[in-house]
Design a protein around this ligand. Structure first.
Ligand SMILES: [Zn+2]
Ligand SMILES: [Zn+2]
Length: 358
């Protein structure tokens, strides 16, 4: 950030800016009180490369929470309010509750009426008070707000419902949400996709979660037709389908792609010469590989086509063309493992409405 600011300043100077710069920053977390002002000024000075003093640091003042009303709404009340908002017709639920609480809500918009109702609710007030004290564990918080008559799962669901309503509700006067919440999503890039076929078909997006009890094969997909492949070690004359070696420094660097044959559909693909196929047997219970028979005797066997590797050794971890559709991506890796080291999928999640988190 400091580097970007310096580059911006440099550009502005080169563009003809002669005067000084007025730098303004806001933070919700940096200072706890006026005594921290000199430290904050020092931080801002380093960040912007401009002089800041303690006098330039303006502290926020917390507004006291309004005194709550004495009513306590039930979980059923929250549900009926939420259902009303979801159907874009909360009027009925609002007027019923307003009448019960003795509120006059004429002419105010639905979100403001909801704010008035929830400001009378002891539980909503308790939630705001508890949250001003700092982060809370969601289960413990739900336990403090809802009594033991409902299960823990229902208490947590009730808390989420209340939070969601309070986020929609507006305070009359300011129009600010009763509880401005943000959801933070923590994302990790995919290391690959793995499938196990026995005892049932399962997909794993994390190597560790495969459990290791039964073999899980890494999957690669054709970028054109979506055909899936199991990825095994390079030149697997081996008797077992094991994970490919990805380190280009290793001798066995590279991969072999095995295309499972769907017995009822094969041979249908027009692109392949059936005589040319190198068909192997794969035991989905233990991962044993063999040409004509398997020594393991498990009896859970599928047929797979061992696809030909590209002639070029630099592409030892790739396939020259998709065995199902013939796509070759002009020599640029037609079949790829499900790995996202770049931030593409994360960007999609982060920019979707849920990711924005209101
Ligand atoms: Zn294909
Ligand atoms: Zn076996």
């Amino acid at each position: 950030m400091a580097m970007l600011l310096r580059r911006l300043k440099q550009r502005l100077r080169e563009g003809g800016r002669k005067g000084g710069f007025q730098c303004i920053a806001t933070s919700a977390t940096l200072a706890e009180g006026p005594s921290n002002a000199p430290a904050v000024a020092k931080f801002a000075t380093s960040l912007f490369g401009e002089e800041f003093t303690g006098a330039g640091v303006i502290m926020g003042e917390e507004e006291p929470l309004p005194v709550p009303g004495e009513a306590t709404l039930s979980l059923a009340d929250y549900r009926s309010l939420m259902e009303g908002f979801q159907r874009s017709s909360p009027g009925k639920a609002i007027s019923a509750l307003a009448a019960r609480l003795g509120l006059t809500t004429t002419d105010a918009e639905n979100e403001t009426c909801l704010g008035l109702i929830l400001q009378r609710d002891c539980r909503a007030a308790k939630l705001r008070n508890l949250l001003t004290a700092g982060p809370r564990d969601i289960k413990a918080l739900a336990g403090q707000l809802f009594d033991d008559e409902i299960t823990e799962k229902e208490r947590v669901a009730g808390l989420c419902l209340l939070v969601s309503l309070m986020n929609q509700a507006k305070e009359s006067g300011t129009g600010a949400p009763l509880l401005p919440v943000r959801y933070h999503l923590f994302l990790r890039s995919l290391e690959g996709a793995f499938v196990s076929c026995w005892p049932q078909k399962q997909v794993f997006l994390d190597r560790a979660s495969t459990g290791g009890e039964h073999p899980a094969f890494e999957v690669a997909l054709c970028r054109e037709c979506g055909q899936h492949y199991f990825v095994g070690q390079r030149d697997s004359g081996a008797s077992r389908l094991v994970e490919a070696i990805r380190d280009p420094g290793e001798d066995k660097f590279g991969a072999t792609f095995f295309r499972p044959l769907e017995e009822d559909k094969e041979p249908t693909a027009s692109m392949e010469d059936t005589k040319d196929r190198d068909v192997w047997l794969l035991c989905i219970q233990c991962g044993a590989l063999g040409k004509d028979s398997l020594p393991c005797g498990h009896g859970h066997t599928i047929r797979v086509v061992k696809e030909k590797p590209p002639a070029d050794d630099d592409r030892a971890d790739q396939l020259s063309g998709c065995g199902a559709c013939g796509y070759n991506a002009s020599g640029r890796d037609p079949v790829r493992e499900v790995v996202h080291g770049t931030d593409g999928p994360h960007a999609v999640i982060a920019t979707c409405p849920f990711g924005k988190g209101v």
